[in-house]
Ligand binder design. Structure first.
Ligand code: GDP
Ligand code: MG
Length: 437
């Protein structure tokens, strides 16, 4: 495989103290062959090799690295750049719903990906509506309905009508039912043809999607790149989703598709299960190809699972009115870990920044909050209603904080409980992805 070949080459380079131009040339010839064998487009390979050679042979040498490490670093950077450098987020409309049109050849994985995306977005607290606009095969509608049922995401279909009318009606329906994302699954053909493009263009004109995402099967290598180029010219794509990265692909599509089409890869799919989708991180794939491990992806996965479970447990407590000051403290710690509030806010539906005033979460305030809560008796933490004026004074004294601060904390706690109850209602279909107080 590509990864193994490159790793062999670099293992040899790594051992060297000094690199001659001949070493570099030899290594690059091997890299070039490995890339071509992996079905990376030859123009992409040529440009890539030229860029690496220019930088490797040039003046760019950092003291702390051996020349061998330098080359690996440059190759890593250039591989990353070739795939787009940074992860690209999905765009959203200023006026909901955000409409995402999924296009692609038959069998590329559109319907599966529509389901996966619905699940992914739902976990982020969005409210997707799936739309079955593939009317030519009755089984296609059924397939999407099965996926929707698994996720408890509604599926809009109307097999009697044409795809354009269905798409338009679905967006209207989303508006009426407060669905903020519309995912349109369309029909594919075995090959690109005018009818397919005409239909997609008509849907595009009718619903003005914020993203037109091409779903491409990574297993098809160079063909995937050609298909993407063609769709992009005719339809104007905003992003790509590569599927079937789990199968024994040679990787060429992922490496050349961005550079050839100029379209960012936004997600990669693997496996047939609904959670088999990830935001595409160029840097991580480059690391994986070069055998540097993919620790980041693993960490992210682990974190997402833990968060989801904690959020679920928390929601139960809130619904049963069992949310305590201890849970509150846990939540504060979590939120603090997650980073700036405005970012977290962006992920939550129906919350206004105004509601968060007074929630300062720097290190020092956290310490104070902790001190106050720790100065309460277990009973007080569980049933804060009993904390009267004299208890407040005792807690203030115990924690070394002013009484006003104790009062403020208790108010925030009550307010948080209310907010969370609201959030729980909003997120009927799915819990807000991030636990929140
Ligand atoms: P569509 O015709 O573009 O809608 O493609 P489908 O979503 O129906 O997928 C075609 C086949 O590919 C189905 O058997 C899917 O289960 C399978 N499939 C889709 N995405 C993936 C993936 O990422 N990995 C694997 N292994 N199979 C996939
Ligand atoms: Mg389909």
């Amino acid at each position: 495989a590509l990864s193994e070949k490159l790793q062999d080459t670099f293992r040899r380079l790594r051992g060297k103290g000094k690199l001659t131009e001949k070493d570099v040339d030899e290594a690059l010839r091997e890299v070039k062959l490995a890339l071509l064998e992996a079905d990376v487009n030859f123009r992409v390979v040529r440009n890539f090799i030229n860029r690496v050679r220019e930088r490797a042979v040039g003046q760019e040498v950092i003291n702390s690295l051996t020349p061998g490490q330098m080359v690996i670093k440059i190759v890593h950077q250039e591989l990353t750049g070739m795939m787009g450098a940074k992860a690209e987020k999905l765009k959203t409309s200023d006026r909901p719903p955000s409409v995402y049109l999924l296009a692609g050849l038959q069998g590329a994985g559109k319907t599966t990906t529509a389901g996966k995306l619905a699940g992914y977005l739902q976990k982020q607290g969005r409210r997707p509506l799936l739309v079955a606009a593939d009317v030519y095969r009755p089984a296609a509608v059924k397939q999407l309905e099965v996926l929707g049922a698994q996720l408890s995401v509604p599926v809009f279909s109307d097999p009697g009508r044409d795809p354009v009318a269905i798409a338009a009606a679905a967006v209207e329906k989303a508006r009426q039912t407060q669905r903020d994302v519309v995912l349109i699954d369309t029909a594919g053909r075995l090959h690109i043809d005018e009818e397919l493009m005409g239909e997609l263009a008509a849907i595009k004109a009718a619903v003005n999607p914020v993203e037109i995402l091409l779903v491409v099967d990574a297993m098809t290598g160079q063909d995937a790149v050609n298909v993407a180029q063609n769709f992009n010219e005719q339809l104007g794509l905003t992003g790509l989703i590569l599927t079937k990265l789990d199968s024994d692909t040679r990787g060429g599509a992922a490496l050349s598709i961005r550079e050839i089409t100029g379209c960012p890869i936004k997600f990669v799919g693997s496996g047939e299960k609904l959670d088999g989708i990830e935001v595409f991180h160029p840097e991580r794939l480059a690391s994986r190809i070069l055998g540097m491990g993919d620790v980041l992806t693993l960490i992210e996965k682990a974190e997402a699972t833990v968060e989801a479970e904690q959020a679920k447990a928390l929601m139960k407590k809130i619904q049963k009115d069992e949310f305590t000051l201890e849970d509150f403290l846990d939540q504060m710690r979590q939120v603090q870990k997650m980073g700036p509030l405005d970012q977290i806010l962006g992920m939550l539906p129906g919350l206004k920044p105004k509601q968060l005033q007074g929630f300062v979460l720097d290190e020092k305030s956290m310490k104070h909050i902790e001190a106050i809560i720790q100065s309460m008796t277990p009973q007080e933490r569980r049933t804060p209603q009993i904390i009267n004026a004299s208890r407040r004074r005792r807690i203030a004294q115990g924690s070394g904080r002013p009484v006003q601060e104790v009062n403020r904390l208790l108010n925030q706690f009550e307010q948080s409980k209310k907010m969370m109850k609201q959030l729980g209602k909003i997120g009927k279909g799915g819990l807000p992805r991030l636990p929140f107080w």
